[in-house]
Design a protein around this ligand. Structure first.
Ligand SMILES: C[S@@+](CC[C@H](N)C(=O)[O-])C[C@H]1O[C@@H](n2cnc3c(N)ncnc32)[C@H](O)[C@@H]1O
Length: 259
C-alpha cells in the first residue's frame, strides 16, 4: 500500500485479536457476540476443546490454525501461540482466538493478552460459559443451592509441575461445592486429600464428561468410591470432578441425559 500524501509506504493497518470463549461444547451456548465474531474473522486460532459445529460457523476462506492443547499433547507451545497471534494481527487480520469455556478460567487467556498488550496489538475479550457452569446446568447440580453450599470453588487438578499441591484445608471445608478442572488423572490424590483433611468418605462426588454435548456422561459416587469408579468406567478427559452434596440433586434435576 502507498500513502500518496507523503510518498512513503504506509504501514499495514493494525489487525485486532478477539479472545473468545466458545463455551463447553453445545454450540447453542455460544454468546451472540462470539458467533458473530467467528463468522466474520479473517483467521481463527482454536483449541482442542472447540467443537466442530462451532468451527463450521467460520468463513470458508478464513485461515484456520489448530493450536491443540490436550493435557499432555501441546500441539503448539504457548510461546508459539503468543507469537502467532502477534504475527497474524501484524498482517492486518481480524483474528479470533477461540478457547473452550471461558478464556479467563484455566484458559491461559491472560498470558496471551499480556503478549498482545506488550506488542501494542489491539484486542478484545468475549466471555464464554465455563465448563463448571455448563456441566452443572446440564447435569442438574445447582452449584450454590442454599440448602447445600454457601460457596463454590473452581480449582485445577493439574498443576504446572505435574503435582497437585493445593490448599486442602480450604477445599475440604464443609458447606461448599468444589469443582476440579483437569482432575481425572489426579482423582485418587484429590479424593485422598479431601478425606485426609476432614471430609467424610461418603461425601457425594461426581464426574461429568463431555458436558453439554450429546455424549455427556455423569458418574455419581462418593469421595471414597470415585477413584475406583473412574477406573472401572474408563472415563477420560475432558471431565470435571464435582464434590459436595449438590451432586445428590442430579437424581431429581437431571433433564438432559437419557437414563
Ligand atoms: C484447559 S481447561 C479449560 C477450561 C475452560 N477455559 C473453561 O472455562 O471451561 C480444560 C478442562 O476443562 C474441563 N472441561 C472443558 N470442557 C468440558 C466439558 N464439556 N465437559 C467436562 N469438562 C470440561 C476439563 O476438566 C478439561 O480438562
Amino acid at each position: 500500500m502507498h500513502d500518496e500524501t507523503t510518498d512513503h509506504p504506509s504501514p499495514t493497518p493494525a489487525g485486532k485479536v478477539w479472545l473468545v470463549g466458545a463455551g463447553p461444547g453445545d454450540p447453542d451456548l455460544l454468546t451472540v457476540r462470539a458467533a458473530r465474531l467467528i463468522a466474520e474473522a479473517d483467521a481463527l486460532v482454536y483449541d482442542h476443546l472447540v467443537s466442530d459445529a462451532i468451527m463450521e460457523l467460520a468463513r470458508s476462506d478464513a485461515r484456520l490454525v489448530y493450536a491443540g492443547k490436550e493435557a499432555s499433547n501441546h500441539t503448539l507451545p504457548q510461546h508459539a501461540i503468543n507469537r502467532l497471534l502477534v504475527d497474524l494481527a501484524g498482517e492486518g487480520l481480524t483474528v479470533v482466538r477461540l478457547k473452550g469455556g471461558d478464556p479467563f478460567i484455566f484458559g491461559r487467556g491472560g498470558e496471551e493478552l499480556e503478549t498482545l498488550a506488550a506488542a501494542g496489538i489491539p484486542f478484545g475479550v468475549v466471555p464464554g460459559v465455563t465448563a463448571a457452569a455448563g456441566c452443572a446446568a446440564y447435569s442438574g447440580f445447582p452449584l450454590t443451592h442454599r440448602d447445600h453450599a454457601q460457596a463454590v470453588t473452581f480449582v485445577t487438578g493439574h498443576l504446572k509441575d505435574g503435582t497437585v499441591n493445593l490448599d486442602w484445608p480450604a477445599l475440604a471445608r464443609p458447606c461448599q461445592t468444589v469443582v476440579f478442572y483437569m482432575g481425572i488423572g489426579a482423582a485418587g490424590e484429590i479424593c485422598r486429600q479431601m478425606i485426609a483433611h476432614g471430609l467424610p468418605a461418603d461425601t457425594p462426588a461426581a464426574v461429568v464428561r463431555n458436558g453439554t454435548l450429546p455424549s455427556q456422561q455423569t458418574l455419581l459416587a462418593t469421595l471414597g468410591t470415585l477413584p475406583r469408579r473412574i477406573v472401572e468406567s474408563g472415563i477420560t478427559p475432558p471431565a470435571l470432578i464435582v464434590v459436595g452434596s449438590v451432586v445428590n440433586l442430579h437424581t431429581l434435576l437431571n433433564w438432559f441425559e437419557q437414563p
